[in-house]
Design a protein around this ligand. Sequence first.
Ligand code: NDP
Length: 451
Amino acid sequence: MAVSDHVDFPTFMEGVKKRNPGQDEFVQAVQEVAEDIFDFIADKEEYHAQQILRRIAEPDRVVSFRVCWEDDAGNIRVQRGWRVQNNNAIGPYKGGIRFHPSVTESVLKFLAFEQTFKNALTGLPMGGGKGGSNFNPKGKSVREIMRFCQSFMTELYRHIGADVDVPAGDIGVGGREIGFMFGQYKRITNEFTGVLTGKGLEWGGSLIRTEATGYGAVYFLANMLAAKGQDLTGKTAVISGSGNVATHAAEKIVQLGGKVLTLSDSGGFIHDPDGITQEKIDWVKAHKTHRRGRIEDYCDEFKGASFTAGKTPWGVPCDVALPCATQNELLGEDARTLVANGCIAVSEGANMPTNLEGVHHFKHAKIMFAPGKAANAGGVAVSGLEMSQNSERRSWKEEELQQMLKDIMAGIHKSCLTYGDQGGGYIDYVKGANIAGFKKVADAMLAFGVV
Ligand code: NDP
């Protein structure tokens, strides 16, 4: 007789917690998905017999390694590096690399888990992975960052490959760091392959990769609004973060006729009641990326704006909100405030920025709420297109890629409708995204048997 994993939800989650002690972010991510999957698979015996949910919540492997480097003063520094290869049922592992002092195995396991469903939703053949280090790039010289990236890649290179695992950027890893890591990979292996995405245009990168995550999150938002006969014209937007995702989300909101009121960083948020125009966004991009400055300096540059230290921007009344900084930055209380202030839609540019209580509140209030695995999939989608271009040894035109990104985001929106339509005009996008992503990966796993 087949062994079944017919256990109730609390028992399943108890098992996940027991097997992953102290890994709160990972447990949270599994719970958010399993809440929806449990109902979906209730009458599907094959998934139970093959223990698919249990298997999907266990990474294929977690590689952890030491990264030694020398700072400018000649001190030897020791960091920890990881690559979590979560699931390659539908394609090579794919997911970014994060350099931030808050990086732990739990954070990377949650990100790799989420990435697996997100990548499935894009419709492209990519499995899920994530990597990074607790290295803090803030305050480091360019040469220190280069030496760290080289040392990190000197270990990572043996675990990745164009058909094996293709990392990209994430928090703290932009085009410059990808360049240092690609240079070291090429030096060690003597191969020029599409082993990383987010590369420079001169050496195998794709147009619109930089913009894709933020733009995609706004396209997804526009799709949700369009389903209700609305658009972004004249809508006010509150955005957190001031990095790659946040600034490009702001840019696209402005292009589509909306008014952006806030941006933030780990020091606090700025509120500009006059609206953050393209000119102001360009200043933020240069200030945060090239000058590595703080968002509070915005108020010296643009009069009329105010800075609130140590707070997130969710108390500023708005029509739409886009959390684009980091995980668990929008809590239950913030969700209640946003809804009470009349916010009608939330599109997550960051990964898991809303905690479980916040997600439950948005669902309860039945506002349009797009989880990161759907809304921020534009970045990895264009990374997938970068992989295709590398394999073909050619570059596609910007207009072609813009259209592909729009089509992919519309396709993800449609997949969410398939499983998320609750009737009465309410779409549960969390449920829609979870089930659509899960089904694709689970069905591939069934095809492979017990491996
Ligand atoms: P960046 O490093 O470019 O920017 C991160 C921003 O978030 C900065 O403004 C940073 O502020 C802020 N931030 C980071 N950590 C914290 C924290 N603990 N508390 C408050 N603010 C914080 O990263 P990205 O824009 O690339 O990534 C942002 C989010 O989007 C992440 O969740 C990432 O996983 C997700 N994402 C990114 C993709 C991409 O293509 N880049 C793709 C899909 C998702 P400060 O400068 O003070 O550190």
